[in-house]
Design a binder for this molecule. Structure first.
Ligand SMILES: NC(=O)c1ccc[n+]([C@@H]2O[C@H](COP(=O)([O-])OP(=O)(O)OC[C@H]3O[C@@H](n4cnc5c(N)ncnc54)[C@H](O)[C@@H]3O)[C@@H](O)[C@H]2O)c1
Length: 329
C-alpha cells in the first residue's frame, strides 16, 4: 500500500532516464531532501551520470538553493542500471525520450520492480497521459508530472490525470510538489499538450506565419516578446493582465484581430528545412540563429544565471492571495 501520509522528505523517489531533464529532476529531489534511486536505461546514460548530477548540485550550491552540502545530497543518491533497486520507491518518475514504444518497455521494467501502489509518473511533453497509463498495470496510479528545465531552478509543474487516474494520487503529488518549491497546476482532465505547451505552440504558429510571409523577422519577434510579455508574465499570468489593462479594450481587439490569426496545421516550412539540414540549435551551433562556440557558451551561462534570478524573483512577488487551496477545490 502506498502510504500517502508519510512525511514527504522520507519518501524514496525513483527517476528513470538521466538525460537532460532526468539529471536536473534528480537534483531538485535531492535538494528537497529525498533519497533518490536513479536508473540509467542505457550504458551511455550511465557513463558520466554521477559527474553530471554533481555539476548541477554545485551550481545549486553556489546559487544557495541547497539546504545540505553537495556531498550530503550525493550520499542520498544511488545510480544503477538495475531496475530492481526501485523496489522501495513510493514514486517513480519516467524521463526517457519521447517515444511511446521505448516508454512502454521502460514501464514494464518499472512495474516489475515496484509495488502495485507505487505512483508512476511521466515527464512526457505531449503524449496523452490516458494513452501512457494503459501501458502500466494498476493504471489508476499513473499520472503526468511535467517539469521545466532546469528542474531545480524553475517553479513550473503541470500534474495531469489520465482518464482513469485516481484523484487521491494527483492530490498527493500536488502537495508533494510544494515541498519541491514548485507552483504546480493540477489538470484533472488529460489535455493534449497540457496548458503551457498549447499556449506556446499557438504563439509559435502565429510567429512562423508572420515570418514566412515576410511580415517580421526572428530578431524583432524575439525582442518584442522578451520586453513585452517578459516584463509582466511571471507576476500576472494571462487573465490578471486583462483585468489590469482593460476588459473592453481586449474584447474589441479579440474581435478585430482573431480573424487575422493563423490556423495553419502544417509544420512551418522554416522548421521542416532546418530539421532536414540536421541543425540542432545551440548543440551544434546551427539553429534558427547561428552561434560561435563562445556565443553558445555565453548563452548557456546567461540562461543558468537568469533561471536563478527569476526563480528568486517569483518567490519575492508571490500572488497576493494564495491560489493553492482554490486550485485543489
Ligand atoms: N528537454 C526539456 O526541456 C523537456 C521539458 C519537459 C519535458 N521533457 C520530456 O522529458 C523526457 C526526456 O527528455 P530529455 O530532454 O531529458 O531527453 P534526453 O535526450 O536528454 O534524455 C533522454 C533519456 O532517454 C533515455 N533513452 C534513450 N534511448 C533509450 C532507449 N532505447 N531505452 C530506454 N531509454 C532510452 C536516455 O537514457 C536518456 O536518459 C521526454 O519525454 C521529453 O519530452 C523534456
Amino acid at each position: 500500500m502506498n502510504n500517502l501520509k508519510t512525511n514527504p522528505a522520507n519518501i524514496e523517489v525513483g527517476v528513470v532516464g538521466i538525460g537532460l531533464m532526468g539529471s536536473s529532476i534528480i537534483v531538485s529531489l535531492l535538494a528537497s531532501g529525498h533519497q533518490v534511486k536513479a536508473i540509467a536505461p542505457i550504458q551511455s546514460d550511465f557513463d558520466g551520470a554521477a559527474e553530471r548530477i554533481a555539476d548541477h548540485l554545485k551550481i545549486c550550491s553556489r546559487a544557495k538553493l541547497l539546504r545540505d552540502s553537495v556531498s550530503a545530497c550525493l550520499d542520498r543518491l544511488y545510480i544503477s542500471m538495475d531496475y530492481g533497486c526501485l523496489s522501495d520507491c513510493r514514486l517513480v518518475l519516467e524521463c526517457v525520450i519521447e517515444d511511446v514504444d521505448i516508454k512502454s518497455k521502460v514501464y514494464r521494467q518499472i512495474t516489475d520492480a515496484v509495488s502495485a501502489s507505487t505512483v508512476i509518473a511521466s515527464n512526457t511533453s505531449a503524449i496523452a497521459i490516458t494513452l501512457l497509463q494503459k501501458l502500466v498495470s494498476n493504471p489508476e496510479r499513473f499520472i503526468g508530472i511535467h517539469w521545466a528545465e532546469p528542474a531545480y531552478a524553475t517553479r513550473f509543474m503541470e500534474i495531469t490525470c489520465g482518464d482513469i487516474t485516481d484523484p487521491k494520487y494527483a492530490s498527493w503529488v500536488f502537495k508533494l510538489a510544494h515541498k519541491w518549491a514548485k507552483e504546480p497546476t493540477l489538470l484533472r482532465k488529460d489535455i493534449r499538450g497540457f496548458i503551457a505547451n498549447r499556449l506556446m505552440y499557438a504563439v509559435y504558429r502565429e510567429i512562423f506565419h508572420l515570418i514566412e510571409n515576410g511580415k517580421t523577422t526572428m530578431v524583432d519577434a524575439d525582442k518584442a516578446f522578451r520586453y513585452d510579455v517578459g516584463s509582466w508574465i511571471t507576476l500576472m499570468g494571462l487573465f490578471r493582465r486583462i483585468d489590469y489593462t482593460g476588459l473592453a479594450d481586449h474584447a474589441e481587439i479579440f474581435k478585430n484581430l482573431f480573424p487575422h490569426l493563423s490556423n495553419a496545421e502544417n509544420v512551418p516550412d522554416i522548421m521542416q528545412k532546418i530539421v532536414a539540414d540536421n541543425c540542432r540549435g545551440i548543440q551544434n551551433l546551427n539553429g534558427l540563429y547561428h552561434y560561435s562556440t563562445e556565443e553558445a557558451k555565453e548563452w548557456e551561462e546567461a540562461f543558468a544565471a537568469f533561471n536563478e534570478d527569476i526563480f528568486r524573483l517569483a518567490a519575492l512577488h508571490p500572488a497576493p492571495v494564495s491560489e493553492k487551496e482554490s486550485e485543489l477545490a
